[in-house]
Design a protein around this ligand. Structure first.
Ligand SMILES: [Zn+2]
Ligand SMILES: [Zn+2]
Length: 455
């Protein structure tokens, strides 16, 4: 028996509610179970109507909400399902999912979004209690009678992130999850399964498939460019706001900034970090063995708390003296610390806002980055548009995702029989499928489409 059925319940030709159903021998499992970052209410869930049977397990690659945000809903609906993740990911999920409940609760109250919250704090508690934390490299059976065995492999993306090697009689699958090949400040690049393991089906992320690699814009050169720009703003008495994702980017950036201050590259100014990023930072502090062996993780107490930025007085106080503020969210979505602080930062000309990750064109962050000086931009729909006097708004590429050339090299090294491109916009997966040529069968399924994969 070597045929495996693959269905994307979300994340097919999109970065959506990433969740992939694999079925063989009358058994089925899910790889990841996320919420769609751009949809709301029940529309944000993976398409569970595609499930013919109750899956026996869900294996979570890492703690970003587009990979784990729907797990409590799944557990509530199918109480018999088993959940697996690495131990750091379990602790990160705990913080991320509770935060999601709070965000969904606020949106339900303020905007009346139907179906929110999709689950409660006690559903999250139950999910976390039910999720097995299993270390990297350890093979495990999914249930007592499951034909599937699995193991986690370091993916280099964020703390605890793992690729998943899945084996069923006659068919071996390697799901990359989100991967990063090169070293970051804290995370080391991915490790592949041991030589000698033949992968029949590789399921690979395609986030950067539509992005031309800029040869010179390597991670360390981007850090150098950021350092020079931040230094010149601080030296002129300005403050730098860096909108940042709570998991991964925030912890990496805080330690990059601390290193630059220690080495004298940046003036010794206060560095602030916002709430969820701090909560995740604590988890980083517990799992040094998952970081690069020579990584230096500073104590969280080195970074100041931002305070209640919904108070105008707190924001004004924050901007009185030069400082660096690392605040969620990375795309500056409404009602988050970065959006609130930006409302004041953009009214001045001597500060700067430096974006360090992907910006969706529908987000306030994107609108702000591309606004003309003097243009009025809506940062909060409950507040009037703000006139953007600030000119120093830039974007730096500190992505924690493999480039498309690196993904091509990964495929060449693994030499799989089938490659399923997922987790990328339609143009990204299409590019990957047409350019990563080799002696394999390439697939770019849409969400909802089922593939029969032969080993
Ligand atoms: Zn991710
Ligand atoms: Zn992702």
């Amino acid at each position: 028996m070597a045929t495996l059925e693959f269905t994307a319940l979300g994340g097919g030709s999109e970065i959506g509610a990433n969740s992939y159903l694999l079925a063989a021998e009358g058994h089925s499992i899910l790889l990841d179970c996320g919420l769609h970052p751009k949809k709301e209410g029940v529309d944000a869930l993976p398409d569970f109507s595609r499930l013919n049977d109750v899956p026996e397990a869900v294996i979570v690659s890492h703690g970003h909400i587009d990979h784990c945000g729907a797990v409590p809903y799944l557990v509530k609906r199918f109480p018999s399902i088993e959940c697996y993740a690495t131990p750091p990911t379990v602790q990160i999920m705990d913080r991320m999912l509770h935060n999601s409940v709070s965000v969904m609760g606020t949106l339900a109250l303020e905007q009346g979004i139907e179906g929110y919250p999709l689950y409660s704090h006690s559903d999250v508690d139950l999910t976390i209690r039910r999720t097995y934390g299993l270390d990297l490299g350890r093979e495990f059976a999914l249930t007592w009678d499951s034909p599937f065995t699995a193991s986690f492999h370091h993916a280099g993306h964020v703390l605890g992130s793992a690729s998943i090697l899945l084996q069923v009689e006659g068919h071996t699958v390697f799901y990359t999850g989100d991967v990063c090949m090169g070293d970051q400040e804290l995370m080391g690049g991915l490790t592949l399964p041991a030589d000698g393991v033949h992968v029949d089906t590789l399921i690979v992320e395609s986030t950067r498939g539509a992005h031309v690699d800029v040869g010179h814009a390597t991670y360390s050169r981007e850090v150098e460019r950021l350092a020079a720009e931040v230094a010149s703003v601080l030296e002129r008495g300005g403050t730098v706001l860096v909108p940042s994702f709570a998991l991964g980017r925030t912890q990496e950036l805080l330690n990059i900034i601390a290193r630059l201050i220690e080495s004298g590259r940046l003036p010794d100014v206060p560095v602030y970090a916002s709430g969820l990023g701090r909560a995740i930072y604590e988890v980083y502090g517990k799992w040094g063995e998952y970081l690069r062996p020579d990584a230096t993780l500073r104590p969280l107490s080195d970074f100041a708390r931002i305070g209640d930025v919904w108070e105008r007085g707190v924001r004004r106080e924050l901007l009185r003296k030069p400082c660096i503020i690392v605040a969620t969210s990375g795309m500056m979505v409404e009602n988050t610390p970065s959006a609130m602080i930006a409302m004041d930062v953009v009214r001045h000309t001597h500060h700067a806002i430096f974006f360090v990750g992907y910006l969706d064109p529908d987000t306030p962050g994107y609108r702000l980055l591309h606004a003309e000086p003097g243009e009025r931009v809506v940062l909060e729909s409950s507040a009037p548009p703000v006139e953007v006097l600030l000119e120093n708004r830039q974007s730096f590429n500190l992505s924690a995702h493999a480039t498309r050339e690196q993904l091509g090299e990964l495929i060449a090294r693994i030499e799989p029989t089938n490659v399923v491109f997922v987790h990328g916009d339609a143009d990204a997966v299409a590019w990957m499928r047409s350019h990563c040529n080799g002696r394999y069968r390439g697939f770019a399924p849409l969400s909802g489409e089922t593939l029969a994969l032969e080993a």
